[in-house]
Ligand binder design. Structure first.
Ligand code: PMP
Length: 429
């Protein structure tokens, strides 16, 4: 495939945008080469500026669960845009989407909309601190909750891809309130709690980790955290920015049957527009301004275009709940196919999958936490990534990311992907 125009555009972009991108992983630094500049997308396909057509397994990092340019979402945005793009005043559609979200997700009474997953997680932690009157938080190494200061401590995703899991610019004062624990290791969490008794406001985690590749919670891990939180007056925050409205209508809480105290959302809930949200039971949410003392605000929060896209998306998912089953089956089919293709070439790998989140680690050992994810063979990952791209398959350009499937994928697309994987597997060590 030819990426000449992408390459030229990247050169120009680097002159005026740091690294040529507005979010680091897009620059392909982890895998090398030229990032693909996209022209348009429809359904499961990306069309780039060089005229290449790619099967998309990133789907804007999760939001496009029904495929790109999904008609009901696009029309809702166009119709709304004609009536004005922002007011900074209440609109009826905000209540409509809030009521629908609250009806779909367990254990929440109220929800507030923000503009990104970062904002949602940052605000959720502030709320947890305000509600409990405690300062410290526990996060897990390799989990990513956006780029606000408290979370850039052993963070996953781009932070680790770029070798900066602890970013310069985060003060010691902030860092000392973020306590680290090991994903899937309840004993470790218990030790951290014991060493900081009565000081911990919340535990925040991705109930299925997606920012060190995909890592499922071990059996009993989420339940164990729930019990530890109850026993120690700590709030449990599920960061469902990836898993919300993807793994099930009610997200990971529904899938695993574990209750969170605060839940954060992003990605699918905005239908591809910049939206995040955080939600909880009434008694927690009522601690927020204007009725409570915890301050949080946003000029563009609840923006009409964003709400129109999100509402159209949630309505589709709500009315057509078998979509979760359909997309899970497709991902399972892909999982089996990739498994067979890599096995037949003798490649050492582990595939982790939960629902429509899946990733390939080039390691024979089980990948259960950050250390085991980081121990995988990155040279093989790079070759795999470029091999797949050359075959027209667009997967995440870092081993510390997850693939997100969309329901627009056909079984022919999946077969083409598995065939490509078989070819590429021959080139791997
Ligand atoms: N939490 C999780 C689990 C995420 O995966 C991400 C982003 N990928 C975020 C929070 C931050 O969301 P945003 O990029 O919209 O700020």
């Amino acid at each position: 495939m030819n990426y000449q125009r992408s390459s030229a555009l990247f050169t120009e972009a680097q002159k005026v945008i740091p690294g040529g991108v507005n979010s680091p992983v897009r620059a392909f630094t982890a895998v090398g080469g030229t990032p693909v500049f996209v022209e348009k997308a429809k359904g499961a396909y990306l069309y780039d500026v060089d005229g290449n057509k790619l099967i998309d397994y990133i789907n804007s990092w999760g939001p496009m669960i029904l495929g790109h340019a999904h008609e009901p979402v696009v029309s809702a945005v166009i119709d709304k845009a004609k009536k004005g793009t922002s007011f900074g005043m209440p609109t009826e559609i905000e209540t409509e989407i809030a009521a629908l979200a609250v009806s779909m997700v367990p254990n929440i009474d109220k929800i507030r909309f923000v503009n990104s997953g970062t904002e949602a997680c940052m605000s959720a932690v502030r709320l947890a601190r305000g509600y409990t009157g405690k300062d410290k938080i526990i996060k897990f190494a390799g989990c990513y909750h956006g780029h606000s200061d408290s979370f850039l401590i052993q963070a996953g995703s781009g932070a680790v891809t770029f070798g900066a899991p602890n970013s310069p610019g985060v003060t010691q004062g902030t860092a000392k309130d973020t306590l680290l624990a090991t994903y899937n290791d309840l004993n470790n969490v218990e030790e951290v709690i014991a060493a900081n008794k009565d000081e911990i406001a919340c535990i925040i985690l991705e109930p299925v980790a997606g920012n060190m590749g995909c890592i499922p919670p071990a059996k009993g891990f989420l339940e164990g955290l729930r019990n530890l939180c109850d026993a120690n007056n700590i709030l449990l925050i599920f960061d469902e920015v990836m898993t919300g409205f993807r793994l099930a209508a009610g997200g990971a809480q529904e899938l695993f049957g574990v209750r969170a105290d605060i839940v954060t959302f992003g990605k699918v809930i905005g239908g591809g527009l910049p939206v995040g949200a955080f939600a909880a039971r009434k008694e927690i949410m009522d601690h927020l301004a204007p009725i409570g003392p915890v301050y949080q605000a946003g000029t563009l929060s609840g923006n009409p275009l964003a709400m129109a896209a999100g509402l159209a998306m949630l309505k589709e998912l709500n009315q057509n709940r078998q979509v979760f089953e359909s997309i899970n089956k497709k991902t399972e089919y892909l999982h089996k196919g990739l498994n067979a293709a890599l096995t037949s070439e003798g490649v050492k790998f582990t595939i982790n999958r939960v629902g429509s989140m899946i990733s390939v680690h080039f390691s024979e050992e089980p990948v259960i936490d950050f250390a085991s994810a980081a121990a995988a063979n990155n040279e093989n990952f790079k070759k795999f990534f470029h091999g797949m791209l050359n075959e027209g398959i667009y997967i995440a350009p870092s081993a510390f990311e997850t693939w997100f499937l969309c329901d627009a994928l056909s079984y022919e697309d999946l077969d083409a992907t598995i065939t490509a994987c078989g070819k590429v597997a021959k080139t791997l060590a």
